[in-house]
Design a protein. Structure first.
Length: 254
């Protein structure tokens, strides 16, 4: 090999990085996306009756396909989208399996009985994952509290179930949109200037530590997602009182 060619190759090696493998794998969620488009409306309500009658198998195939994904090969955003999708798909599959129901809490047994959040599983790479494991051991650990505006428990008190799948390239925008949508809804947020009080979803009480170490930090965190200027001004007042709304466990069915 001539010296000039060797020098050229070395320069190319420096200037052009190796691109033989992508930094992060991309997961195909199109099957889940199609199901959401077909059976979920813009407000996040689900046509469980029609879905169960027409097509329960596709959801099973989607979760089976997710079972082959190596999550360790995923970048952060791709991983975040993956686990949100799997959580929501597993929740919906559980409702479809036990439907008709009026509330997911009908499948929370007492005195050692079946608990849908602990005992209903999905098999991923040979390991079983429950809803609680996915939420508390994986998603919450990722440090983005907006997951609480994305994962759903099939209830009207939940955040809206989007009628599209999450994707790594769009998950940040989708989560931001979810947060804004969450605080537009009266079941999640109400401002009462006359009584210097704001009423928040119980989700923010149950998982307040994910938004900050105390109530003041929580209010400072969520103010960016509140669009009404008067409500923003109220929640920023140090003397504002915070109350939590009753949670509506009614099934989010159409």
């Amino acid at each position: 090999m001539k010296l000039i060619n060797l020098v050229t190759l070395l320069l190319v090696g420096v200037l052009i990085p190796f691109t033989g493998r992508a930094e992060s794998e991309v997961v195909d969620h199109s099957m889940w996306d199609s199901l959401l488009t077909e059976y979920v409306n813009h407000d996040g309500n689900v046509d469980y009756a029609r879905w169960k009658k027409a097509d329960s198998r596709t959801l099973n195939r989607y979760l089976a396909r997710m079972g082959g994904v190596d999550t360790e090969s995923l970048g952060r955003d791709e991983k975040l989208a993956f686990w949100i999708n799997v959580y929501n798909a597993l929740t919906v599959r559980g409702i479809l399996e036990f439907y008709p129901l009026e509330s997911i809490k009908e499948k929370v047994g007492r005195f050692g009985g079946f608990n849908i959040w602990d005992d209903y599983m999905v098999l991923l790479k040979g390991k079983e994952y429950s809803l609680n494991h996915i939420e508390h051991k994986i998603l919450r650990v990722m440090g983005d509290p907006r997951i609480h505006f994305a994962i759903v428990c099939a209830s009207r008190g939940c955040p809206r179930l989007r009628n599209e799948a999450y994707a790594g390239v769009t998950v940040d925008t989708q989560l931001q949109d979810n947060a804004l949508d969450f605080f537009r809804r009266v079941q999640n947020f109400r401002a009462d200037p006359a009584r210097a009080t704001v009423h928040l979803s119980s989700i923010l009480k149950w998982f307040g530590e994910d938004f900050g170490p105390d109530e003041a930090a929580l209010r400072a965190r969520i103010v960016a997602w509140i669009e009404d200027p008067d409500a923003r001004a109220l929640i920023e007042q140090e003397t504002v009182k915070v109350r939590y709304l009753d949670y509506d466990w009614t099934l989010n069915k159409q």
